[in-house]
Design a protein around this ligand. Structure first.
Ligand SMILES: Cc1ncc(COP(=O)(O)O)c(C=O)c1O
Length: 470
């Protein structure tokens, strides 16, 4: 029943609506493993199904919810499905989901200390936990942003700001395995294409150190100002981590800012494999890390972390008159001064509540399981004739390729691409493809803690079965 205020419901109706949604979600999660992954929908069909003019007449919430369930949900590929091994899976934690509900429900504003002090402090606490995981000093700090793309952008803005001549003749360095959001960030920050030096990765998909050092030297000789290296702390393609210690040596010697994109991989610092691979991470000037990836949080949770928190303020702070009230009285950190957003929701709440509810050990164990599953996948693939491991299990990603002896490399490329389509058609599981060393490869990213060994075996079995038929 609607109350007098046209947008409001009475308390009982609100409760019923909320309970219905919780029941729906719990049911959804319980049945997810036996449901298909969802389909790649046809655009014309979806336009027909969903396009309509702005609704004029009210409908029951239940009716609208049913419409979502009938028309929208089947046309979404479930990135939280335990057999979604494509791209970067996004399994989310129930506590995080509830925290997002609270954050939206109270519409907590975390832009200024004046309005959002408690939430700001929680955000700072979570960032400090992360900084401690990485061994970053007390001066380090950061903030939550929407995800890895913005986290990299925010960190790189701080880097650019520290080098006054960066825009005119600065040059930055990273490998060809680096996520495209880094190139986009530099574009947004005003660097020209020729200022981006992209080095072909070595056989281990890492940035080649000697070539990098040589390039920096040559660039100085020809009038460039080398000012930043972007390292990978877990590439999307293969999970490769660049040699952070060696890069830190080089950047210290050359006076360069060392940033790492750890959007995907940095959280693996909690695991044994991650600790080994991420050695030197404590020496970075800045780091992007996404709790919405490997800390299992609902989407829209990336973090930009810098070694000197003040560098973000230098890069971003502007004080307009309509915000002057925040400068008086009890002042603390105004997070709007440290990034690109003024209106900021309470993204840190999900990580805070999730880590407190489960304890960090539960996360560590889940991540170790993810790493184990990638090794299981690698072993299973190695058993099969005509399949080749292109990159062994690294940080939860294994890359491989079907390469029958009677097909050319180009034909094998087409075959491997077709295998993704066959998986999509089948709906049981999904892997994605990429290009490694110039050839198409498949990759499985085993990041879902609810995935089982049986899920991995059956996915590999089906891939092989489809390969025989193509
Ligand atoms: C290594 C890496 N960096 C950056 C990103 C971009 O992150 P987002 O999609 O959260 O913007 C991704 C996304 O998968 C990634 O894997």
């Amino acid at each position: 029943m609607k109350s007098d205020a046209p947008l409001d419901f009475d308390a009982e109706t609100m409760r019923q609506m909320g309970y219905r949604v919780v029941d729906l979600l719990v049911d959804y999660w319980q049945h997810l493993p036996v449901r298909p992954l969802g389909q790649r929908a046809d655009r014309i069909a979806l336009e027909k199904l969903l396009n309509e003019p702005t609704p004029q007449q009210p409908q029951h919430f239940e009716t609208v919810l049913d419409e979502f369930l009938q028309k929208v949900l089947p046309n979404i590929i479930k990135v939280d499905h335990p057999r979604y091994f494509a791209f970067v899976p996004a399994p989310n934690d129930y506590v995080g989901v509830l925290a997002d509900f609270i954050s939206a429900g109270m519409n907590v504003f975390v832009g200024t200390w004046m309005v959002g002090a408690g939430a700001t402090q929680v955000e700072q606490v979570v960032i400090r936990w992360l900084c401690n995981w990485f061994g970053l000093p007390e001066s380090a700090g950061g903030l939550f942003v929407s995800g890895g793309s913005v986290a990299n952008l925010v960190c790189l803005a701080a880097a650019r700001q520290q080098y006054p001549d960066a825009l005119t003749h600065g040059r930055v360095y990273y490998s060809d395995q680096t996520h495209s959001c880094v190139a986009r960030a530099w574009r947004v920050l005003g660097l020209r294409e020729e200022q981006l030096c992209v080095l072909p990765a070595d056989d281990n998909f890492q940035i080649p150190l000697d070539a990098l050092a040589e390039q920096i030297r040559r660039d100085r000789d020809t009038g460039w100002l080398p000012f930043c290296v972007v390292a990978n702390a877990g590439t999307t393609n293969t999970g490769a981590v660049d040699p952070l210690n060696a890069l830190a040596e080089l950047c210290e010697a050359e006076g360069l800012w060392l940033h790492a994109d750890g959007a995907y991989g940095a959280a693996a610092i909690l695991t044994e494999e991650g600790k080994q691979r991420l050695q030197g991470i404590h020496r970075l000037h800045s780091l992007a890390i996404d709790p919405h990836k490997w800390l299992y949080q609902p989407m829209m949770a990336g973090c930009a972390i810098v070694r000197e928190f003040e560098h973000l303020r230098t890069a971003f702070r502007i004080l307009p008159p309509y915000l002057q009230d925040k400068e008086r009285g009890a002042v603390g950190v105004d997070l709007c001064d440290y990034g690109v957003e003024l209106s900021r929701n309470f993204r840190a709440l999900k990580v805070w509540m999730s880590l407190k509810t489960h304890g960090v050990e539960a996360f560590r164990q889940s991540m170790e399981w993810n790493l184990h599953l990638a090794r299981v996948a690698e072993q299973a693939i190695r058993q099969l004739p005509h399949w080749k491991i292109v990159s062994p299990a690294t940080m939860g990603i294994v890359a491989f390729r079907y390469e029958p002896s009677d097909r050319s490399a180009e034909q094998a490329d087409a075959l491997n691409r077709a295998l993704v389509d066959a998986m999509l058609e089948d709906g049981f599981a999904l892997v994605s493809s990429t290009v490694l060393r110039g050839r198409v490869a498949l990759r499985m990213c085993t990041l879902n803690p609810r995935a089982t060994e049986a899920d991995v075996f059956e996915t590999v079995r089906r891939l092989n079965q489809f390969a025989q038929r193509l």
